[in-house]
Design a protein around this ligand. Structure first.
Ligand SMILES: [Zn+2]
Length: 304
């Protein structure tokens, strides 16, 4: 490694991924670790700092330009504090940026992870002035990012695009965010696990769409997944909708039916008749690449 580089980190509820991306966009020293080594700590930021120091020690040469981290969380508007992260509670209400900047003397960027996933798609697809791009990433939860006129939509408090937390009438399940009746409780990977346990206990979760995709319970579940994204399409009339996440990428997921449901729930004649739906590129390094791309943009002075 003799080039200048950014360390990109993608922290999930189960694993975190980390790598060095140089100015040409090439990735080096990609690693996947268990998030439990951060989450069990009283001081998760110190654990993270210690981890990065050891990681860097093993790599000779080059100069660190920035560190960029995606969290499965809401993040403050100034992008310094992780607010609420149900799957990684140790980081709740934690200023991550100040201690990292102090230790490494480089700019540190944090963001919600799905913004970095969408950043990855935008760079890899060479999208220039793409207008309004919506990213929907359905995994354990229902992740969402909106890129509008070359900026991520972040809102008054920095927490825009929490699409999974649309309230739904007559739903009484408690969401990971603490509210009752968020659509994520009936439209997410977490819900799919519940459906498996309830209706198909003999089926391995990875086979659920292969074996049961025509079952009314599964068809109804797939339809539920389209309610949030169709809602957002009706609001924004986007140029491009990118769909990804673990649930969508499962073998046998009925994409045709999924798209038909989106069509059904969107306004006619438009946007329904001119939908541009695309699926995310399958790459488990996307969050690391995306976080680094974001950092390089910020280092260049782009206000994204
Ligand atoms: Zn919620």
């Amino acid at each position: 490694m003799d080039k200048n580089y950014v360390i990109g980190i993608d922290i999930g509820g189960t694993h975190f991924r980390l790598g060095m991306v140089d100015e040409d966009g090439d990735l080096y020293n990609f690693v996947v670790e268990s998030s439990s080594i951060l989450d069990t700590s009283d001081d998760p930021v110190k654990k993270l700092i210690d981890y990065i120091k050891i990681y860097m020690k093993n790599v000779a040469g080059g100069r660190l330009l920035a560190i960029s981290i995606g969290f499965p969380s809401t993040v403050s508007k100034d992008r310094r504090v992780v607010y609420s992260t149900p799957n990684l509670k140790a980081f709740n209400n934690t200023d991550v940026v100040t201690p990292l900047e102090k230790n490494f003397n480089v700019p540190v960027f944090i963001n919600k992870d799905v913004n970095y996933l969408l950043q990855y798609e935008i760079v890899r697809r060479n999208l220039v002035n793409p207008g309004i791009v919506i990213g929907v990433f359905i995994g354990t939860g229902y992740g969402n990012s909106i890129y509008i006129n070359d900026h991520f939509l972040i809102g008054k408090n920095g927490v825009a695009t929490e699409l999974g937390h649309i309230p739904v009438a007559h739903v009484s399940d408690i969401c990971g965010c603490g509210n009752v009746g968020c659509i994520e409780t009936i439209a997410s990977g977490k819900r799919l696990m519940e459906i498996r346990d309830l209706y198909f206990p003999q089926t391995d979760i990875s086979k659920i769409f292969i074996l049961h995709k025509n079952d009314p319970v599964i068809l109804d579940f797939v339809d539920m997944l389209t309610i949030p994204v169709a809602t957002e399409i009706n609001i924004f009339d986007p140029d491009l909708v990118i769909i990804g996440g673990g649930v969508i990428q499962m073998e046998g997921f009925p994409r045709e039916y999924f798209e038909a449901c989106i069509y059904e729930h969107t306004r006619k004649p438009y946007p329904a008749q001119n939908l541009n739906i695309s699926y995310s590129l399958e790459d488990n390094r996307a969050g690391v690449f995306g976080s680094a791309y974001y950092a390089f943009n910020k280092l260049k002075g782009c206000e994204i």
